[in-house]
Design a protein around this ligand. Structure first.
Ligand SMILES: O=C(O)C1=C[C@@H](OP(=O)(O)O)[C@@H](O)[C@H](O)C1
Ligand SMILES: C=C(OP(=O)(O)O)C(=O)O
Length: 456
């Protein structure tokens, strides 16, 4: 790592630029070895906890996607020193719990629910007012799920757009009430917002979730010196107890490779005949790999090689070969472990033999787009038979005609999932905009082309 700070790259012109359509066409066998970028969830948390800690946090492998860059910018606006020291290498000098200063301008989280919701929790325990905003997609997403618990802890909501949406302005306070909360929806963002606010609370914060969601906040809080305990809650849930007012100490963070991004080359290799690729260093956190479990049940040839621990997470290399997939039933309780992967699972299901039934997808309706509707419309545009029944999606597999254009609705995962489907579709698939892929996976197009994918 060099010691001279490099300029923080500005986030791209989310939503403002002209749309950038692309077409994926039937491709020859994919081959090669790729590594997906740094995990988006871990990257946001490394910056935020670095900003809330005393001393220096050196981060390697940070995802330099627009969502994370917006969080970096917000941390700097709140008084942390945030520097880019090399490729994916960042250094944060934090201000300590309760030490944020009032930002002079609104905090703009672009397309990122994680950035906005986690930072509301982080700001809550500071005696400052801050305005939170985002792009047209983020302005449509529900924020009451975070405002409700935060106001119960003492935060004041000074202004919101209709329905408690962004833009909104919060007044935090140094002395939050200790709080017990059961999350009403399975959401790591809601859980994390409450825990981050709980850092400034007098006494213990308790969060219960009926379905276990990704546990990166808990792991990183422990890594930074917080006193945190996790116990089972009910059949699938967890109970998290956090002691208030810890002294957080900056700590090195090695960001593992993102399984939600790796999902795209992974499914592409499964559906393009003759493919044989390796996905290197993928994070194997059990709360993140529901897609791998599901694909293996579908008959996917995925070999998990060299499983090891790196930076506190289990990682592995995955050898993935073209496979004859068959439809399966995906249980609702698996949803939190693969919530962002349903669009690309739908692409795999479209190429499988038989019907795949995915249960319990209500949360997909409140992502960057209504992903249940966007996937259904995209499948229709590609001639794939499917049905939405309540919160379930049914996809009938078979040879895919393709076509489009698929409307991506400012949603990176819709764009990437349908480009992957195009690689195994008779007529290819055209998507209306690839610009938002930069929120989570800026190197997606070159990486896929490097494997042999025909995307132009
Ligand atoms: O905590 C996180 O980093 C995330 C949690 C999930 O959202 P919800 O908490 O809304 O389920 C996921 O969809 C998102 O991409 C990242
Ligand atoms: C839902 C996602 O992210 P966020 O909620 O942070 O916008 C995603 O990346 O698929």
């Amino acid at each position: 790592m060099s010691s001279a700070p490099m300029p923080i790259p500005p986030p791209g012109p989310h939503g403002g630029g002209a749309p950038s359509p692309a077409t994926a066409r039937v491709s020859p066998a994919l081959s090669g070895r790729v590594r997906a970028p740094g995990d988006k969830s871990v990257s946001h948390r490394a910056l935020i906890l670095g900003a809330l800690a005393h001393g220096e946090t050196a981060i390697t492998g940070l995802l330099e996607g627009e969502d994370v860059l917006n969080t970096a910018k917000a941390c700097a606006q709140l008084g942390a020193v945030v520097e880019r020291t090399g490729n994916g290498a960042w250094r944060v000098r934090g201000v300590g719990v309760g030490g944020f200063r009032a930002p002079a301008a609104p905090l703009d989280f672009g397309n990122s629910g994680t950035g906005a919701r986690l930072m509301m929790g982080a700001v809550a325990g500071n005696p400052i007012a801050a305005t939170f905003d985002g792009d047209a997609s983020l302005r449509k997403r529900p924020m009451r799920r975070v405002l409700d618990p935060l106001t119960q802890m003492g935060v004041a909501v000074l202004e919101t757009a209709e329905g408690g949406r962004l833009p909104l302005r919060l007044q935090g306070l140094a002395d939050l009430a200790a709080f017990s909360y059961e999350t009403p929806v399975p959401s790591a963002q809601v859980k994390s917002a409450v825990l981050l606010a709980g850092l400034a609370a007098r006494g213990t914060t308790l969060v219960r979730e009926r379905e276990a969601t990704r546990d990166h906040t808990e792991a990183m809080l422990r890594h930074f010196g917080a006193e945190i305990a996790v116990a089972p809650f009910g059949a699938h849930g967890r109970e998290i107890t956090l002691a208030g007012r810890p002294v957080l100490r900056g700590a090195p963070v090695v960001v593992p490779s993102d399984p939600s991004s790796a999902a795209f080359p992974l499914v592409a290799a499964l559906i393009v005949p003759g493919s044989d690729i390796v996905i290197a260093d993928m994070m194997m956190n059990p709360l993140r790999i529901g897609l791998v479990t599901t694909l293996i049940e579908m008959g996917a040839r995925i070999e998990i090689l060299d499983q090891r621990t790196e930076g506190g997470e289990t990682v592995a290399d995955l050898r993935v070969r073209h496979s004859a997939l068959r439809g399966v039933v995906v249980p609702a309780e698996r949803a939190p472990a693969m919530i962002d992967e349903y669009p690309v699972l739908a692409a795999a299901a479209a190429c499988a033999e038989g019907t795949t039934i995915m249960h319990g997808l209500a949360e997909l309706r409140v992502k960057e787009s209504d992903r249940l509707a966007a996937v259904a419309d995209g499948l229709a545009a590609c001639g794939v038979r499917h049905a939405v029944e309540g919160d379930d999606l049914l996809v009938e597999g078979g040879p895919v005609r393709g076509g489009g254009p698929v409307a991506t609705h400012m949603d990176h995962r819709i764009a990437m999932a349908f480009l992957v489907l195009g690689l195994a579709s008779r007529d290819g698939v055209r998507v209306d905009d690839t610009a938002f892929i930069a929120t989570s996976f800026p190197a997606f197009l070159p990486m896929m082309r490097g494997l042999g994918a025909d995307i132009a």
